[in-house]
Write a protein that binds this ligand. Structure first.
Ligand SMILES: [Zn+2]
Length: 356
């Protein structure tokens, strides 16, 4: 870092010693008001509550996830982010056959009709938490989302029994709360309306995002979906299409400490360069590793959107050895990286919410 400072001083000195250039200094981009509102301390405060043992791993349908939902709602309200529907909560139910594993929960009415004919079935009550900022072109939307549920508690585990889900996905929820605040407080109305979605039931078949997309009305009005899932460590990008598989780790598919996977469907190719410029202009110490995915790729809540041909962008720092274990705790996170990636996500949302 010191080398960069010396280099800048040297460049500054050279510019100043040339009279022709000294009269016309290169124009610096104006500092972004919203960006400077993003606070590392606040992100950490949200994170340490959401990933604490008190929330018992935020399992969908259980008490810990309801506490998380109430917390997100209270923070959105405090920040002045309006609810998307009449209230912040979008409640829904999911069903599965009695003998199946949790992964087979479904929200589609046809599946529910079929399962409720069975002699025994399982039912879980869930809720998305959804905030909203109205844009100039009110009927055009950009949606940004992060799931807040995780895997809960397993009493049969030896040792630590709580899946805290700090990287998966309390970190993203904390980042998204800060980003929503920045959009409200910076005061400028975006061109497009922005929906801030906190999904329930991601860990049991991407239920919250699927329910929302199934019921939201016209999909052509949704210009893009930005997904935040696991954004504060370093690791591997799995194979996502046609199935979720874990390949051998190589330099090409692994993000290091100052890198993240910028995963997108082909329509958003041009956004890449603009994100690079935002990172450079704002001196953020983080580097994207771009990766294109097919519509229909599995892995996280973007699936519901990409299946309906909505362009998606996913911020992801990769799978790591603590993924889906009780070891995914706050102490293992790279908080400096989380802070920088939150800013990159804010800039990307701003681009998508304001482009023609
Ligand atoms: Zn996740």
């Amino acid at each position: 870092m010191k080398k960069i400072v010396y280099l800048r001083l040297f460049v500054f000195f050279c510019l100043c010693s040339s009279p022709a250039i000294a009269q016309k200094p290169a124009k610096q981009p104006a500092p972004d008001a919203g960006l400077s509102l993003i606070s590392r301390q606040t992100i950490e405060a949200h994170l340490s509550f959401l990933a604490s043992d008190a929330l018992e791993g935020r399992q969908a349908g259980k008490n810990g996830s309801r506490v998380a939902a109430e917390y997100i709602k209270a923070v959105l309200s405090e920040y002045g982010v309006k609810p998307f529907y009449d209230t912040y909560f979008q409640p829904f139910e999911a069903y599965s056959p009695a003998r199946e594993k949790g992964f087979d929960f479904q929200v589609h009415p046809d599946s529910i009709a079929r399962y409720t004919q069975l002699p025994a079935y399982r039912k879980v009550r869930l809720q998305n938490v959804i905030g909203y900022i109205e844009g100039e072109r009110k009927e055009e939307y950009v949606i940004i989302g992060a799931h807040y549920d995780h895997l809960g508690v397993d009493d049969l585990l030896a040792g630590d029994k709580i899946y805290n889900g700090a990287d998966d996905n309390a970190a993203s929820v904390s980042a998204l709360l800060q980003i929503a605040k920045s959009f409200v407080v910076s005061g400028k109305k975006p061109s497009r309306s922005i929906v801030f979605a906190f999904w329930d039931g991601e860990e049991i078949n991407y239920l919250g995002s699927e329910y929302f997309v199934e019921n939201v009305g016209s999909h052509s009005q949704i210009k893009a979906y930005i997904n935040l899932d696991m954004i504060s460590r370093e690791g591997l990008l799995p194979t996502l299409y046609p199935a979720f598989e874990i390949p051998e780790a190589t330099d090409k598919n692994t993000a290091s400490a100052n890198q993240f996977h910028l995963v997108y469907t082909g329509e958003l190719e041009a956004l890449n360069k603009k994100i690079d410029k935002g990172i450079a202009d704002n001196h953020l110490h983080i580097i994207p590793k771009p990766a294109v995915i097919a519509h229909g790729a599995r892995g996280s809540d973007y699936l519901a959107f990409s299946l309906r041909n909505i362009p998606v962008l996913w911020f992801f720092t990769g799978l790591h050895p603590d993924y889906h274990t009780p070891g995914d705790e706050t102490g293992t996170l790279n908080l400096e990286k989380l802070f920088d990636i939150t800013k990159v996500i804010y800039l990307s949302l701003k681009l998508l919410a304001n482009e023609e």
